[in-house]
Design a protein around this ligand. Structure first.
Ligand code: OGA
Ligand code: NI
Length: 357
């Protein structure tokens, strides 16, 4: 079943990236970037608690010791069902590759603006730019590079930065590793629910290829950080999102029971977000986490986000094994969920509500 809406799309594009903006304006944040916190003052990050769940040791999820495996799987299930996100260590992606990707990203954002401006499609949807936002909403205090990275033959290589050959090779290597990791994560998540381990992999269309986009975010510092948001609250439209945070500068926050919690930086870890499509497939056992990003007063922050989603032709909905009398089907089955997600996004709404039964 397709989800459609007759309302026209209305998005507003910033005329400049934030990196350009801060060079040309004085300390005053332009009104269009001021985030209005529903008549409440912005939370002071120093007063917020950290997300308190412990970090999962990914290698134990596949441990030859069944006892260890079982314990870690239970922990995974419990963290994901209460938070919709988790941090993992010992995930198999080497710290040298993590450092290389962070380095090449810093080099990209340090390129002259004229060079970066060539790294985008004319509509700014892919490549370097700032995000469009729904009409009447404030702009994000961030720039990003958004690229299709997998399947490899669907990349728009002509907008990749030519002057940084390492950008391509490193991102390719990182993508290859993350593709493997996301499959193992889908298997572990299935096992944590006592399902056959390929249940989610097959539901995403195992015979076709998984799709992956990257969003590389750059959050410049802001002299009045309480007035802006790096990224406004949202959930991801993905199956799962695999995020490499800045090693030093915090900023990511996640919502639970209407409160915001800070996500700590854990060196070497990866942050995994349950996306809307995993919420649908798990019939709501796992909820996609609503998260946002605040910015620092002095320091810039970067993150490398890998957004995994099924082939758009695949019909996605709750697995039949997860539907019973106690837990009736909570979501419709849909193809190309991203369309529904985008249509809701432009109205400032959450896509997942459009597929709830
Ligand atoms: C995203 C996102 C968080 C971050 O790109 O969807 O939530 O820490 N990023 O940059
Ligand atoms: Ni996100």
């Amino acid at each position: 079943m397709a989800v459609t809406s007759s309302a026209p799309m209305k998005l507003e594009f910033p005329s400049k990236t934030v990196q350009e903006l801060i060079k040309t304006t004085d300390k005053q944040v332009p009104e269009k970037y001021v985030f209005h916190h529903q008549n409440k003052p912005a939370d002071d990050p120093s007063e917020l608690k950290y997300m308190d769940s412990s970090v999962i040791d990914f290698s134990l999820l596949f441990s030859p010791s069944l006892k260890q495996q079982e314990q870690e799987l239970q922990k995974l299930r419990s963290v994901l069902s209460s938070w919709g996100c988790v941090q993992i260590i010992n995930h198999g992606i080497s710290s040298s590759l993590q450092n290389e990707i962070c380095q090449v990203v810093k080099e990209f954002f340090a390129l002259p603006i004229e060079v970066k401006q060539k790294c985008r499609t004319p509509d700014w949807l892919e490549g370097f730019g700032s995000d469009a936002v729904p009409e009447n909403q404030s702009y994000n205090w961030s720039d990003r590079i958004r690229l299709k990275v997998y399947p490899f033959d669907q990349r728009t290589l002509e907008i990749w930065p030519e002057s940084l050959p390492n950008f391509r090779t490193t991102l390719e290597e990182y993508t290859t590793e993350v593709i493997k990791l996301q499959e193992m994560l889908l298997k572990a998540i299935a096992k944590s629910l006592n399902l056959e381990e390929n249940s989610f992999v097959n539901a995403c269309g195992a015979d076709r290829s998984v799709n992956m986009h990257t969003r590389i975010n750059y959050y410049p510092p802001c002299s009045t950080p309480e007035k802006v948001l790096g990224l406004r609250p949202h959930s991801d439209g993905s199956t799962i999102t695999i995020l490499l945070q800045d090693n030093e500068v915090e900023g990511l926050q996640v919502e639970k029971n209407n409160k915001w919690f800070k996500v700590p930086t854990v060196p070497g870890s990866l942050y995994i977000n349950i996306g809307d499509q995993m919420e649908m497939m798990s019939n709501g056992i796992f909820k996609s986490a609503v998260h946002k990003v605040v910015v620092d007063k002095e320091r810039e922050r970067t993150s490398v986000v890998m957004v995994c989603f099924p082939d758009p032709e695949e019909e996605i909905g709750p697995l039949s094994e997860l539907i019973d009398e106690e837990r009736p089907q909570l979501y419709k089955k849909v193809r190309n969920y991203f369309d529904a997600f985008t249509q809701c996004y432009v109205k400032g709404k959450r896509g997942i509500h459009s597929v709830k039964i």
